[in-house]
Design a protein around this ligand. Structure first.
Ligand code: HEC
Length: 470
């Protein structure tokens, strides 16, 4: 019986088009029929209204059967259901009134058309709610022009180009959520809850479906979500089901890895040890600052660095390494046990100004930072535990490529970081143990809303020393 009820219920979305068309036509005919020119139409009004009302009744009944399936969001469903029933009842009442000539000449004369209008209004709202239940609430206006969306109070779709940064992105938002959004959420959302499961928010995902939890942290094999992805394609339990594009092997591995490390919802990518195969997948997806940066810096064509200049740096125990194998771009780091790298040594960077993109002067003995201004390709700069202070900020003003700046343990204050406002590419700023205050940060955020600022100790873990591609 249950199956048969659902079988019938599935005709509801087909059937509802009849009352929508007929009831609207009935009202139009009623309205036109009152004019002399179209008076001949008036006689057909009641018949069309009756057919519309009957089809509305049948639709409502089928809808109730469909609702038994329980696949739908209950709030939205209840609203749609009540409206649908109201339309059926109201259209039937209208028909009864319309057939009674005495009433139509008397009390119903003025009421009839407004009541018909109300019915049409309910019909439109009910129809829209039904569409939202089937296609999702943002279906109708998904491709609407922006002003229309704003009018409807819909958020603009966020810029998908937004860079996901390895240091700040969390693993769920950066890697897992996009896959679920693309391939799963269309059937597992607020309006459509297939298998009793919603995957449109973290909380709902963790609640699981009608058969319980779908994630077993740390054990992908035992996780229903993962198991379903790995079933043979012809298994009816395979997700996404037949007819939908299956996940790629890389996407499945990514989800398996994520569950394996405990299915964390708010761990930063930078806090995790990412195995090489997963790293390769991430790099291919174009997620992560390393990948993004590589492309940003790839377009940078510079001559190979002067070997003699590199030798001189090395004699001062500064490391100068290519950013990746075969690249002309350089990463300069002071070795911890080195001779003090001072103002005279800064001159050694001059022949390499084109090539240096990463520079780490941590704990260096530099006092004159004016040489930094020439390093216009600089992408990452660490000045941690140096004498760098507010007055030296002017030297950074022209470093438009700078994405990462570490000022940990310097004398820099609010006054100083205010001068960073023009560095539109800056994404990460580390300020642990500086004189910067919350107010200073708030002020800078106004100019650079996308900037991630780290004040606390966690910066110690995200020190950039690795060379991408190694
Ligand atoms: C075309 C619609 C559709 C899409 C897309 C879809 N599912 Fe499903 N899903 C269903 C249906 C229908 C059920 C219930 C029947 C069943 O259990 O197979 C279900 C059930 C599930 C269940 C079992 C829930 C429970 O507790 O029984 C899981 C887990 C699941 N889906 C995961 C996914 C994942 C992961 C994706 C994306 C890769 C996905 N689904 C995409 C339709 C869909």
């Amino acid at each position: 019986m249950n199956d048969f009820a659902l079988f019938l219920g599935r005709f509801h979305p087909l059937m509802v088009h009849l009352p929508v068309g007929m009831l609207m036509l009935a009202v139009v005919i009623e309205w036109l029929g009152r004019r002399e020119k179209y008076a001949a139409l008036a006689a057909s009004g009641p018949l069309i209204l009756l057919l519309g009302a009957l089809s509305a009744l049948v639709s409502a009944a089928l809808g109730l059967l469909l609702a038994q399936g329980g696949d739908y969001d209950t709030d939205l469903l209840a609203f749609h259901q009540n409206l649908g029933i109201a339309v059926a009842v109201l259209s039937l009442l209208l028909y009864i009134v319309r057939r009674n000539e005495a009433w139509m000449q008397g009390w119903a004369k003025r009421l009839y058309l407004p009541a018909s209008g109300l019915m049409v209004l309910l019909l439109i709202v009910a129809g829209h709610q039904g569409g939202s239940l089937t296609h999702g609430e943002d279906y109708l206006l998904q491709y609407a022009p922006s002003p229309v969306k704003r009018l409807a109070g819909l958020e603009e779709t966020p810029d998908t180009e937004a860079v996901v940064d390895m240091q700040t992105a969390d693993v769920y938002a950066a890697l897992v959520e996009p896959i679920l959004k693309k391939s799963c959420v269309s059937c597992h959302n607020k309006g459509k809850r297939k298998g009793g499961l919603r995957m449109d928010t973290r909380e709902e995902l963790l609640k699981g479906g009608e058969n319980g939890l779908i994630l077993v942290a740390g054990n992908s094999e035992k996780s229903e979500l993962f198991r379903r992805l790995n079933l043979p394609m012809d298994d009816e339990k395979h997700m996404p089901p037949d007819g939908k594009k299956p996940l790629s092997e890389a996407q499945v591995s990514l989800i398996g890895w994520w569950i394996g490390i405990g299915a964390p919802m708010d761990k930063k990518l930078s806090e995790l040890e990412i195995p090489a195969d997963i790293q390769a997948i991430i790099a291919k997806m174009g997620v992560g600052s390393a990948a993004k940066k590589a492309s940003l810096l790839d377009s940078l064509k510079v001559a190979p660095p002067d070997a003699a200049a590199i030798e001189k740096l090395k004699s001062r125990k500064a490391q100068a390494r290519p950013l990746s194998e075969g690249s002309s771009l350089l990463q300069i780091t002071l070795s911890r046990d080195s001779l003090p790298f001072g103002d005279a040594d800064m001159a050694l960077l001059k022949p390499l100004t084109e090539q240096i993109v990463w520079l780490d002067l941590r704990m260096g003995a530099v006092n004159d930072f004016s040489g930094l201004a020439a390093l216009t390709h600089l992408n990452r700069l660490t000045l941690a535990q140096t004498t760098f202070s507010d007055k030296d900020m002017v030297h950074l003003a022209g470093l438009s490529q700078l994405e990462y700046l570490n000022l940990y343990g310097t004398e820099v204050s609010d006054e100083g970081i205010r001068q960073l406002a023009g560095l539109k590419n800056l994404k990460n700023l580390y300020l642990w143990q500086t004189k910067v205050t919350e107010a200073g940060i708030a002020a800078l955020k106004q100019s650079l809303p996308g900037l991630a600022i780290t004040m606390g100790e966690e910066m110690k873990e995200v020190e950039p020393v690795a060379t991408p591609g190694k």
